[in-house]
Design a protein around this ligand. Structure first.
Ligand code: T1G
Length: 698
């Protein structure tokens, strides 16, 4: 037996327990342990049935992702599952926590499955750029039918125990895994139930065999948002094989699909992103034993777009919120918008019908800053000027209780300067949410000079609790995300002066996989905001200024870099813009030149990467992977490209440094010269991945 799997016998029932913290991943030792335990139980004449359970917080949460890309160790998971399925004695999988990936596939190899009521069951492999590689694409359609199988496998989201029971994925809901599993096994023996092998049960495939649209419609619905991704389509093909081919041929097709994806660039990037997200929550430079402060109640100042979205995120996690506005009218408007959002989500079936009322009940709208007094965490989401921020922080410093964490949702202002107006700078930090805050997963947590380690850990822990992905950054203009975006924006503007058109630049960026290009983004945000701030600072950008002088503020005026049909957000190239650009350039005596897409791609991505290198040099971000997490969860960077710093390593830092030096000379822009860190790594043949320093879990 291995030390991560143990076997014990309760009279005629053998209990095989997997105990491989933290999530019982199917490492080689676990696979060997299950195989040896089952063999022993089968060989033991006293054993009549077997129950497979897991210790700790969850059933098997999948294959051990850290083993991918390494030489395979036997037994393979497919072999172990075949052993379970071919056992002459009934085997019951008893599930708690999350049975995911290879974990659910293992359970699907068992003859029966039971689960506790809050268990979750899923095949999320597509989220790692993979497909279920141990029979999941063949057995799940046989267990629940192709339609739900497509939803679970191509979408990747788990289902709850109640749905699993309803659709026949599990045979019973039990109070407790060991006792419940054992009782179910005894019932199977008592009723002499057959050894149900899913591989032999095609009953639920018949409808789709007769009417393939059942399958193709489900696939079409689930791949609508899979632009650029390989895995969802490969997974759908494998499920299709379950309908069309005998089990073993389908299994072979699945294996081929899996082996192709696991060796591919997309899955490498998505597996990197999986671990990067978890690393980002580990804060460096925090003394051992530091604990987050308890947060039972939150106060949010400002019920506008950001404040409202942030309040909803806390209510979604069941945390009571005091939402504070300066006046009743603003407060009621804010509460109204939140209620409407909840109702719309409920109408789409995104949340239960009674959730809007339940969640709004957790949000107490009030007027007056004195109402922060009971909060453990206070998040300010008011107008983005330093004067207003300082006024609010001076007030909450007076009212807030000792030990409360004071956070600003500013997207670029100096947190150190804000903290200085309080008598408790150690409790002040930034929690930068992204719009819409109830949807976007990223929370950039800004560590100020005097921020106390436990205050920082409090922000990280609460961000995870409200299902956000935290990333800790230092204080600088625009923090990490917006600072890198500004470097890209500058090049986008310059490309227009040199001859490119907005639609050409945006097409390159969206083809790369970003949801939107810089010019469509500008139109969405409103071009007048930048125009007013340029005028305040006495600087010009002739093309953007000319657009605004022509009343082209973007979507809000139906015209910007693009034109928009009434009621539509689809950016349409507008010949008037080309004319305006030509006129502006000829006034400046500038000539347009032909610019190729490759140059645009390099000048969109490489300056950002260069800025990322500067951010690492300055310690504003602790790890390259933190920068990638920020771009993945805050700016829509395509997950199958891992993030800007991961992408840089794939392109090669030498290539990037050389191209940056070339563009610095060609466009006479010294800011494009490679940052010292980038230049050094390029010269040494190094990469950003090698810089990653492991930090302690929060
Ligand atoms: N392999 C290795 N390590 C894993 C792991 C896994 N499958 N899952 C989690 N960890 C580590 C994680 O890195 C972290 O480590 C710690 O466990 C706690 O995780 C053949 C091909 C189960 C819902 O995709 O979704 O099976 O940071 O912080 O928030 O078809 O982990 O502490 O050092 O996320 O409570 C399919 C992946 C694999 C599920 C728990 N399975 N895991 O969430 O904890 S592919 C998955 C999760 C596969 C087969 C295929 C979540 C969780 P550290 P955590 P959590």
């Amino acid at each position: 037996m291995t030390d991560v799997v143990k076997l014990e016998r309760h009279d005629a029932i053998a209990i095989v327990t997997v105990d491989n913290l933290p999530v019982n991943a199917l490492s080689a030792a676990v696979r060997r342990g299950i195989s040896e335990s089952v063999e022993q139980a089968i060989a033991d004449p006293a054993v009549k049935a077997i129950v497979l359970v897991c210790a700790g917080r969850t059933f098997i949460a999948g294959a051990d992702i850290t083993e991918f890309g390494k030489p395979p160790q036997s037994p393979g998971l497919g072999e172990v599952i075949a052993e379970l399925e071919n056992s002459p004695k009934p085997i019951v999988a008893a599930i708690h926590g999350t049975a995911l990936g290879g974990g659910l596939e293992t359970a699907l190899g068992c003859h029966y499955r039971v689960a506790v009521k809050d268990a979750k069951l899923g095949l999320p492999e597509v989220k790692l750029g993979l497909l279920p590689g141990a029979g999941g694409t063949q057995r799940l359609p046989r267990a629940v039918g192709p339609e739900l199988a497509v939803k679970m496998i191509v979408g990747g989201d788990p289902i709850g125990a109640a749905d699993a029971f309803k659709h026949g994925l599990i045979d019973a809901i039990v109070e407790d895994t060991v006792a419940g599993g054992e009782a179910f096994a005894r019932q199977v023996l008592a009723e002499q139930r057959p050894l149900r092998k899913l591989r032999d049960d095609d009953a639920k495939l018949q409808a789709a065999k007769a009417d393939r649209a059942i399958f193709t419609d489900a696939v079409a619905a689930m791949t609508k948002k899979a632009r650029g991704l390989e895995a969802p389509f490969a997974a759908a093909d494998a499920i299709g094989a379950a309908i069309d081919l005998p089990f073993d041929q389908g299994l072979k097709k699945e294996r081929e699909g899996f082996m192709k994806l696991v060796a591919g660039e997309q899955s490498k990037a998505q597996r990197y992103a999986f671990f990067a997200e978890r690393e980002a929550a580990k804060v460096s430079g925090v003394p051992d034993g530091t604990r987050p402060r308890p947060v039972a109640r939150v106060a949010i100042i400002g019920a506008g777009t950001m404040g409202g979205g942030i309040a909803m995120s806390f209510a979604n996690a069941g945390i009571p919120v005091t939402l504070i506005e300066t006046g009743e009218e603003q407060l009621q408007r804010g509460l109204g918008v939140m209620r409407k959002n909840y109702d719309a989500t409920a109408a789409r079936g995104g949340i239960p019908a009674d959730a809007p009322t339940k969640r709004m009940a957790l949000i107490a709208g009030v007027v007056g800053l004195e109402h922060v007094k009971d909060a453990d965490l206070i998040i300010e989401a008011v107008f983005e000027t330093m004067a207003v921020k300082k006024e609010v922080f001076t007030a909450i410093d007076a009212y807030a209780k000792p030990g409360a964490v004071l956070a600003s949702n500013t997207s670029y202002l100096n947190i150190d300067e804000i903290a200085q107006v309080t008598r408790r700078p150690e409790d002040v930090l930034g929690m930068h949410f992204f719009s819409p805050a109830n949807v976007m997963k990223l929370c950039e947590i800004v560590r100020a000079d005097k921020t106390a380690p436990d205050a920082l850990l409090t922000a990280v822990a609460i961000a995870r609790k409200i299902a956000k992905v935290p990333a800790v950054v230092g204080v600088c203009d625009g923090f990490v995300g917006n600072r890198m975006l500004a470097a890209r924006g500058k090049q986008a503007e310059k490309l227009l002066f040199e001859g490119a058109l907005p639609q050409q630049v945006d097409a390159v960026v969206t083809k790369f996989g970003m949801p939107m290009g810089p010019f469509a983004m500008g139109d969405l945000a409103g071009l007048d905001i930048g125009w007013r701030s340029r005028k305040d600072r006495g600087i010009t950008s002739e093309i953007a200024d000319a657009l605004c002088e022509a009343g082209r503020f973007g979507q809000k005026t139906g015209k910007g870099y693009y034109k928009y049909e009434p009621g539509s957000r689809a950016p349409l190239p507008d010949p008037e813009v080309e004319t305006l650009i030509n006129d502006t350039l000829s006034k400046l005596g500038l000539k347009r030149r032909e610019i190729f897409d490759q140059e645009i791609l390099e000048r969109m991505m490489y300056p950002m990467i260069n800025e990322g290198a500067r951010i690492l040099e300055e310690g504003i971000a602790a790890r390259p992977s933190d920068i990638d997490v920020i771009w993945l969860y805050g700016y829509g960077w395509p997950v199958y490209r891992g993030g800007p710093m991961f992408y840089a390593d794939q392109v090669g830092l030498k290539q990037i440094a050389e191209r940056l030096s070339y563009y610095a000379r060609a466009t006479n822009d010294a800011t494009l010269e490679p940052a010292p860190l980038l230049a050094r790594l390029a010269a040494e043949g190094g990469n950003f991945a090698a810089l990653a320093k492991p930090a302690k879990a929060a």
